[in-house]
Design a protein. Structure first.
Ligand code: GSH
Lengths: 338, 393
């Protein structure tokens, strides 16, 4: 069954006559929507909401791209992917862009033929355990059973971490976060490990979130970001600057509420360039002049998207931390719009 | 006139000769297929290059970097993807082989019971067969995995005979630790294994010549248990056990049958047994009733009739479809991925594929493995089938 899926993808790679070099933008415009790869369901990042519509921090990125291209954030179709399938889906052209808390690594960038367009969440791998175990540090986990999602960087970091610390463990391999939650709640494993943000997301959907704690150790760097296929630079640029525009908008104080007004009243040339009042950035990307304005008005700036999906008022209750703007003590930093 | 034109090409033309025509068409077909594959091959290579995806089998020598929960050969995360291949292959084979054995035993018993004169027994088997054959295997696997996960947690593990423990992390058993002199016991066992067919043959000869029956079954049983037991007494029981003990998060020591393995093995076995039961029933019913009546009228006991008249004839009908059940079971074992049992598809064909991105190479190798296993099973069964086939005189 899964084999069939891979085979299909492999065949698709085979059959793609012109590969990635074809104008993805033209294809997307012709079909009228962006095909976006997302998670199979991870609260806060990408999951269907009460109305059955996809929502979340990564989903916002897909919506932002649609807003930039079509002036309508709703022109997206979502393809749920497991961590294992996601790369084949992108390689084969089944999806146009992957926004699915994916860590930017050398081998994915170089060997798998992808292009990461930036980082939308700086993260690191952590551990979650049941409070009742009385564990306070990851160093006490020798001999534990660990639930881990297959096809992730997490799998590799875990092996490294336990080996470095001379500890042993039993891996319980799962395919989707939903499955992982089930197996962990059945206590098939003592520990759940993944990106710290993913742990917060998982914990928020547990039967009783307060029964679980996230241990203090962060054992890796996980810069998560959206990615596209190698070789179509225009499409890569659009994706890169969609993210860039959201971050720059936050830096400049442009929000979904004031973008319309700022476009006409602002004296700041950078804001005017961003909102399409000055220069021809949109045209250079092959997009309408108000591409970034549409992103900000329909999806919001980076900070708005963060607060709405992950922030302290949501069940995930994540602090900005590293993801605060560089001017606020974080490391979030977009290249200048000029 | 009109008829003339329908006559077609005149005699002697190359195309009108059936033999040349056949050759021409076959060559043409072969040529087209070859062109097709060459096209696919070069196109794939070009696309992979355009996409910046590297190709080749070099990844087999690079470290895998991830751990595998169950391995029959020593394996750590620093070993290579090539080794993961063997780890996964052995895990696939172990669930397939144990599954085939269990499914055959259960299937044969059920198939015979299905024909039982006892209405209740026959109906029960009927319903068993209907249920297991009609519920998708994947659901059965998930169901049994769910049941096993519902067992008590490790800290409340159920002790069995004080030395074994049952929990939702698996069945913890004492692990045999061989001591000095274990070799003798193994040799004794093999001596028994070799002796049995020799005795069986001698017994048959004697029976053919003198009509006297030799209790082959009981002798064999005595040999296979007795000889190793004798060796064990002589060497002073050189076998100790490492018992599982509660320690930290899990049990320490001993060995464990993980719920992933048990769920997969169990579901594959009972699912395939349903099909085998039907094959066995059909095989037995295919033997004409006249044969049984003839045997009875010669005074053969019912169970002898079964063993010597009905079964040998039924086997001829049973073996070919049985082969395809064995193949199915082996291929179905790749559903392992659904519950995280580390078989070939979920380790090498899954995680390694994902970590290296060598989809085409890895899928090709994985397919070759299944093809090889299937061909081997077919060969063995064909060999067996030839041996039991009717020898026509
Ligand atoms: N950042 C890691 C892990 C990504 C990952 O798969 N995370 C999990 C848990 S945070 C997830 O998104 N699961 C959602 C799903 O199963 O669809 C990677 O890129 O390899």
């Amino acid at each position: 069954m899964k084999l069939g899926k891979f085979l299909f993808a492999a065949a698709a790679v085979t059959a793609l006559s012109t590969g990635a070099s074809a104008g993805t933008l033209d294809d997307v415009k012709a079909k009228g929507f962006v095909q976006c790869g997302v998670t199979t369901g991870l609260a806060g990042f990408g999951a269907p909401n009460d109305q059955g519509e996809w929502a979340g921090f990564d989903v916002d990125f897909c919506r932002a791209m649609a807003a930039a291209i079509f002036g309508d954030a709703a022109q997206v179709k979502y393809t749920p992917t497991t961590s294992k399938e996601r790369f084949t889906a992108l390689q084969s052209g089944e999806i146009d862009v992957l926004a699915r808390n994916t860590t930017w690594t050398f081998s994915r960038d170089v060997n798998l033929g992808f292009e990461f367009v930036g980082v939308n969440y700086y993260d690191g791998q952590g551990f979650m355990v049941r409070k009742s175990l009385g564990v306070t540090s990851a160093k006490e986990l020798d001999g534990a059973s660990v639930c881990i999602q297959t096809g992730t960087t997490t799998e590799l970091n875990l092996a490294d971490y336990f080996r470095t610390n001379g500890m042993s463990y039993e891996s319980v391999v799962i395919e989707t976060s939903a499955e992982g939650r089930g197996v962990y709640e059945e206590e098939r494993c003592d520990v759940y490990t993944t990106d710290a943000s993913g742990l917060a997301a998982q914990r928020s959907t547990m039967a009783d979130p307060s029964e679980h704690i996230i241990l203090p150790e962060i054992i890796s760097k996980e810069p998560l970001g959206p990615l596209v296929r190698h070789g179509d630079n225009q499409w890569g640029d659009i994706a890169r600057w969609t993210l860039g525009a959201m971050i720059v908008a936050e830096e400049l104080g442009v929000t979904s509420a004031n973008a319309e007004e700022m476009a006409s009243t602002s004296k700041n040339p950078e804001i005017l360039r961003l909102l399409g009042g000055e220069g021809d950035m949109g045209a250079q990307l092959g997009l309408p002049a108000d591409w970034a304005k549409n992103i900000i008005m329909q999806v919001g700036n980076y900070g708005e998207s963060f607060e709405r999906n992950l922030g302290t008022t949501t069940p995930l209750a994540l602090e900005r931390g590293l993801n605060a703007l560089w001017t606020d003590g974080g490391i979030l930093y977009a290249p200048p719009m000029r | 006139m009109a008829t003339q034109s329908i006559d077609g090409p005149k005699r002697g033309s190359l195309l009108s000769d059936q033999r040349t025509r056949a050759i021409v068409f076959q060559a043409l077909a072969f040529f087209l297929v070859a062109v097709f594959f060459i096209y696919i091959g070069t196109n794939t290579a070009r696309n992979l290059e355009a996409l910046g995806i590297s190709t080749g089998f070099g990844f087999l020598d690079s470290p895998a970097g991830y751990d595998v929960a169950m391995s029959l050969i020593p394996y750590t995360a620093t070993d290579t993807h090539g080794r993961v291949f063997f780890v996964g292959l052995l895990n696939t084979l172990s669930v397939a082989v144990t599954g085939i054995i269990a499914a055959t035993i259960l299937g044969v018993i059920l198939g015979v019971l299905r024909l039982s004169k006892n209405w209740l027994v026959s109906k029960l088997v009927y319903w068993y067969v209907e249920v297991v054959r009609n519920v998708p295997l994947l659901l059965q696997i998930l169901f049994w995995y769910g049941v096993l996960l519902g067992l008590p947690r490790v800290r409340d593990a159920i002790p069995v005979f004080e030395t074994m423990f049952l929990s939702n992390r698996g069945f913890y058993l004492p692990r045999p630790v061989p001591g000095d002199g274990i070799g003798l016991i193994i040799i004794a066992f093999f001596v028994a294994v070799i002796a049995i067919p020799i005795i069986a043959r001698a017994a048959r000869k004697r029976q053919e010549q003198t009509g006297q029956i030799f209790p082959v079954f009981w002798t064999s049983a005595a040999l296979i248990i007795g000889l190793p037991a004798l060796a064990a007494i002589v060497t002073g029981f050189p076998l100790t056990f490492d018992y599982p003990e509660k320690g930290g998060f899990n049990f320490k020591g001993g060995m464990v049958l993980r719920p992933e393995f048990v769920a997969l093995w169990f579901s594959l076995s009972i699912y395939t047994a349903g099909f085998i039961a039907e094959i066995v029933r059909a095989g037995i019913q295919a033997v004409s009733h006249g044969q049984t009546e003839a045997a009875f009228s010669l005074g053969l006991k019912p169970n002898w009739t079964m063993r010597m008249i009905v079964l040998p004839q039924a086997l001829r009908v049973i073996v070919p479809p049985l082969t395809s059940q064995y193949l199915n079971l082996t291929k179905n074992s790749s559903l392992a991925i659904a519950i995280g049992y580390p078989d070939l598809v979920s380790t090498f064909g899954g995680t390694s594929l994902n970590q290296t991105g060598q989809a085409i190479e890895i899928i090709m190798m994985t397919m070759l493995v299944y093809l090889t296993i299937s061909l081997l099973i077919s060969m063995l069964m064909n060999y067996y089938n030839k041996r039991i086939a009717l020898v026509e005189r």
